[in-house]
Structures are given as C-alpha cells and as structure tokens.
Design a protein around this ligand. Structure first.
Ligand code: CTP
Length: 398
C-alpha cells in the first residue's frame, strides 16, 4: 500500500524524535518516497543528515532556502499523498490548531490537501493540560487524524500517556488513511446529525431523543469511501469521526445557517439530524421560576432546512431521513416529493431495534422514481453502508 506513495514526514522537537528515524526507515523499506521536514527544535534532537541518509533525499529545514526550489512548502504540499507529524509537540499542536504558519512544516500543512496524521508525544501532564486537549479537539474538528499517544515510561521519568506510538501502530494508521476507498473521492459530502435544542431559558431547552448515531455512521462510511466530509452536528455524546470537518450547532436556526453556508460547495447531503419543528417564541433571559400555575409556552415553527435545500438544489443529491410512527410509506413518499429529495430513509421508530438511541435500525429506502427497498434490521454502520452504496450509484450515473 505504501509503495510509490509520497509521504511527507514532519518531525518536531520532542525527545521521541529519535524514534522517527526508525519510522522513516520502515517507510522507505515499504517503498514509500519520504520527504522529511525537521523543525528547528527537532534539530536539537536529531540531525538532518540522519534522515538524508535514510531517504536518499534532501532533508527540509528552511522555509526560505535559496536554490532551485525557492518556496519548497508549495511543491512539498502538492506532492504529498499523506502528511505524518510524528512526534508532534504540544507547541506544534497548538500552532496547527490555530492555523499559524511560522515555519516550513506548519506552512505546508496549511497548503496541503492531503490527509494529515498527528501523533502527539510529550510529558503526561503537558498532554493532559486543558490547553493541549482543547487544541487536539480543535485539530480533530478541522479534519486532522489525531492519534492517541502510547502509555508507559516517559523520557522525563514520569509514567503515563504521552509516548509516541510504536512505528507499527503509526504505519497501520497511515495505511488506513491511504487505503480509504475511492468511491466518493473528490466528492464533498455534508451530513447533519443529532437532535437540535431550542432554549426555553438559560438552563432549559426543548430537545428530542436523537442520539446522532445514524448521522455519525453515515459520516464514517463517507470518509471510508474517500469523501470530504462536513459534519454539522447538534449535541451528541459521540466522538466525531476523525477526518471530518466538524461544525457544532445547537438550535435549528444555527443548523439552518451552517447548512446553507456550505450547501453551494457540496455534492451530496445527508440530512440525518432530528431538527425541532418548533421553538419557543421567546427564550427567557433568566431562569423561569416555578409559580404553581400551568405554564404556557408559545412555540413558533422553525424553518424546514431540507425543504429549503430542495428548493435551492442544482446538482446536489439530497437524502432525507424520516422517523415515523405510522403510515411510513405514504408519509415518506409525500415528504420525498414535497422536499424534492433523491432518497428518503424512513424508519418506524416504534419497532424494537429501530430508531432513536438504538445501535441498530430497520429502514425503508424510498427513491424519487417511486421504487422502494426495505432493509432488514442491521447495525447503523451497515445501514449507512447500504444507503451510501445507493447514493454512489446515483453519483456514477451523473
Ligand atoms: N428537517 C429539516 N428541518 C426541519 C425539520 C426536518 O431539515 N425543520 C429534515 C430532517 O433532518 C430530516 C427530514 O427533514 O431529514 C425529516 O423530515 P420530516 O419528517 O418532515 O420532519 P418531521 O419533523 O419529522 O416531519 P413531520 O412532523 O411532518 O413528521
């Protein structure tokens, strides 16, 4: 899998940098073309000569090097099929999380379109520091593949998490990233997931039972098929899939705005979120106190996001989801037509093994040409695979 692939390997200033020599050596043995970039701090631990000797290529250290390649970051960024930063220090994680580009490595990470894998290595307390954890979360939300560090004895004498993962573990992740399918490569996919929350006051909201599992499964499968994924998600208890650009929202109005902003640039939309149909007309600015009387809350309709996409769609394939408790087929067909969808995934949430919170689902696929496919009870990831397989056929027909 690595044969002939151009891997850009960024090495930063952690003592674990010495292990990168072994990693680079293994990559070269696997037939990869490895371009090594050392940050200034990395050079305190390891020498450019080590990597030039292992790769048979120049080791890159300077942003503004005179010579035949005056702006190496653009060429390196374009050629890379994957970028691997191992070890990644707390400092480089922070710089990447905030889009800073003050040296060759951070600049080319901004300039590349290749997947970026980040393998942090640092002292355990540094790793656990809220700032570092926030930055790692930010990187995940930006679509970076962030590896969990290994646990054990650290060079500083402490014991805990923070070790650079073993070369085999890093190579396995690299192969997984490079081995992503190609069914949807070059396609941009927008997915919404989770249940929106409509505030009543600063501490309460009207919500629903959506767990987000179906939408997240669709996001994972789309990534596995090589798509670029934007996941617009209402709150869930799930970890976002690595590699997706994640945009958190709370209310139907926020989701509406985020979805419409991204819609013109995408090819396929999966609208798996359970969007509130109504919101309190006014969210109280202070906590509502109980008064021993019935409380009447006036609700106003929220915009139907999917219906709006149906009106605006040009080339996009639109997939809607409907949770029903009765008349599944009639109601599904009506929604598909009203919202101008290409596919509606309908499920009867009253059936055991289907719907909210469950790990499995039983869905019926309703197509724009009137055809219908009933799927058996399947894990949500498998349901996602079946849905994506149908959509890939539509994309291929275009
Ligand atoms: N949807 C949306 N915006 C809304 C409501 C729903 O985008 N304000 C999307 C959902 O993400 C889902 C589909 O529309 O893909 C569900 O449609 P629908 O069943 O009409 O929503 P419900 O609220 O369940 O409709 P109804 O109450 O009529 O059953």
């Amino acid at each position: 899998m690595l044969t002939g692939k151009t891997i850009l390997m960024g090495i930063t200033g952690s003592v674990a940098a010495y292990k990168s020599a072994e990693l680079v050596s293994q990559l070269v043995k696997c037939g990869a073309q490895v371009e090594v970039v050392l940050t200034r701090a990395a050079q305190e631990f390891v020498s450019p000569l080590t990597f030039a000797s292992l790769t048979g290529r120049q080791t890159w250290t300077e942003m503004f090097a005179p010579g035949p390649t005056p702006i190496p970051h653009i060429r390196l960024a374009e050629q890379a099929e994957a970028v691997l930063i191992a070890p990644a220090t707390a400092h480089v994680v922070g710089r990447l999380a905030h889009g800073l580009a003050d040296d060759l490595l951070t600049t080319l990470v901004l300039a590349t379109r290749a997947p970026v894998i980040v393998a942090p290595a640092m002292n355990v307390q540094m790793y656990r520091h809220r700032a570092v954890q926030d930055n790692l979360e930010r990187l995940k939300a930006l679509g970076y593949h962030v590896m969990a560090p290994g646990s054990g004895w650290l060079a500083c004498g402490a014991v805990g998490e923070g070790r650079l993962p073993e070369p085999e573990t890093i190579l396995a992740v690299l192969e997984e990233v490079l081995g992503a399918g190609t069914e949807l490569s070059g396609r941009k996919v927008l997915i919404t997931a989770g249940g929106t929350r409509e505030p009543l006051d600063p501490v309460r909201y009207i919500g629903n039972r959506s767990s987000g599992k179906m939408g997240y499964a669709v996001a994972e499968v789309a990534l596995e098929m090589g798509a670029e994924v934007v996941l617009i998600t209402a709150p869930t208890a799930l970890a976002p899939p690595s590699g997706a650009v994640v945009i958190p929202v709370e209310t139907a109005a926020e989701m509406y705005q985020a979805v419409l902003e991204h819609f013109p640039g995408v090819d396929i939309v999966f609208k798996a979120a359970a969007v509130a149909d109504y919101r309190p007309v006014k969210a109280a600015s202070q906590k509502i106190k109980k008064q021993g009387q019935p409380l009447i809350v006036e609700l106003a309709p929220t915009p139907d996001i999917l219906a709006e996409l149906g009106r605006r769609k040009t080339r996009q394939i639109l997939v809607g989801f409907a949770a029903e408790t009765h008349d599944l087929l009639d109601s599904g067909q009506r929604k598909l037509a009203e919202k101008n969808l290409d596919l509606l995934v309908a499920n009867d949430v009253t059936r055991p093994g289907a719907g909210f919170g469950s790990d499995t689902n039983i869905v019926t696929l309703i197509f724009a040409d009137g055809s219908v496919k009933e799927l058996p009870q399947l894990g949500k990831k498998e349901v996602a695979r079946r849905i994506l397989a149908e959509v890939v056929k539509m994309v291929d027909k275009e």
